[in-house]
Ligand binder design. Structure first.
Ligand code: 0WD
Length: 256
């Protein structure tokens, strides 16, 4: 029997087959979970709908996380179809490309607000609606973050600030939903070549540096993240909440 047998998982953030969320969906499926996937807009839908078919997802729903109505609609559908849920995965981030290069001083008020809304607030927005469906089911919420939310990296800029807010939201949310038996954690993943990473200036330089300096002397893969996601979403991690768990070949422990 799989580690997630009988669990119902709603996954936000599949954009294509390179997405971290897609590797998580595949691993969850393998471990026996039932899946619901969402897509941000019609362009993404063209790629996500066939992938959802491939994964045998029960539901594929539109959701732009900037919209409270979209978020509510997703969890209404989930409630109708499943009458509850066990796992929520938030694998979403966005910032203006012009603000993911050069100086942090290029950050605009509008760009800051948008990055914070889509990349940080959205976790709170999703958990607000999901929490009642997860109550008393030993539920698990999982978000994706990056070390650039704790230390300064070239070009990561406003996204680093958004990740810091996301990581603190993980802790506050863990406290807020803990009494109902729901856990909230994040994986801090090393650099991975995805659409989101393509938007970050100097990504190849960062990935090359990690491969050279990290204890494991390699970059991680989407499957490395998915393995940790299975553990954190399963009852093996039933005592773990409010945690930022690094899956980064150990890069974060290195001083020099
Ligand atoms: O190196 C990396 N790739 C790392 C990524 C290292 C550490 C963490 N992460 C994080 C990202 O910051 C993000 O939180 O992992 C998460 C997933 O990112 P990913 O898998 O690397 O990238 P991608 O496949 O692009 O998925 C992110 C998706 C969007 O993709 P696009 O490319 O269409 O912008 O986030 C979704 C969308 O599907 N997204 C939204 N979903 C709902 N509403 C929205 C939105 N408004 N905006 C973006």
């Amino acid at each position: 029997m799989g580690l997630l047998a009988g669990k119902k998982a709603v996954i936000f953030g599949v954009a294509n087959e390179k997405s971290i969320a897609w590797a998580i969906a595949e691993a969850f499926k393998r471990e026996g979970a039932e899946l619901a996937l969402t897509y941000a807009n019609e362009t993404v839908a063209k790629r996500v709908i066939p992938l959802a078919g491939e994964a045998g997802a029960d539901l594929v729903l539109p959701c732009d996380v900037r919209s409270d109505a979209d978020i509510k609609a997703v969890f209404n559908e989930v409630d109708k179809a499943w009458g509850g849920m066990d796992i929520l995965v938030h694998s979403i981030a966005f910032a203006n490309k012009e603000e993911l290069k050069g100086s942090f001083l290029n950050t605009t008020r509008e760009g800051f607000a948008m990055a914070m809304d889509i990349s940080s607030y959205s976790l709170i927005g999703l958990v607000k609606e999901a929490a009642p469906l997860m109550e008393g089911r030993e539920g698990s919420v999982l978000a994706m973050t990056y070390y650039g939310g704790q230390r300064v990296f070239p070009s990561y800029n406003v996204m680093g600030v958004a990740k810091a807010a996301l990581e603190m939201s993980v802790r506050y949310l863990a406290e807020a939903v803990g009494p109902a038996g729901t856990r909230v954690n994040a994986i801090s993943a090393g650099p991975l070549k995805t659409l989101a990473a393509a938007g970050v200036g100097g990504f190849n330089q960062i990935a090359g540096h990690v491969a050279e300096k990290a204890p494991l002397r390699r970059n991680i893969t989407q499957e490395d993240v998915a393995g940790a996601a299975v553990y954190l979403s399963s009852s093996l991690a039933r005592g773990v909440t409010g945690e930022i768990h690094f899956v980064d070949s150990g890069y974060n422990i290195i001083g020099l």
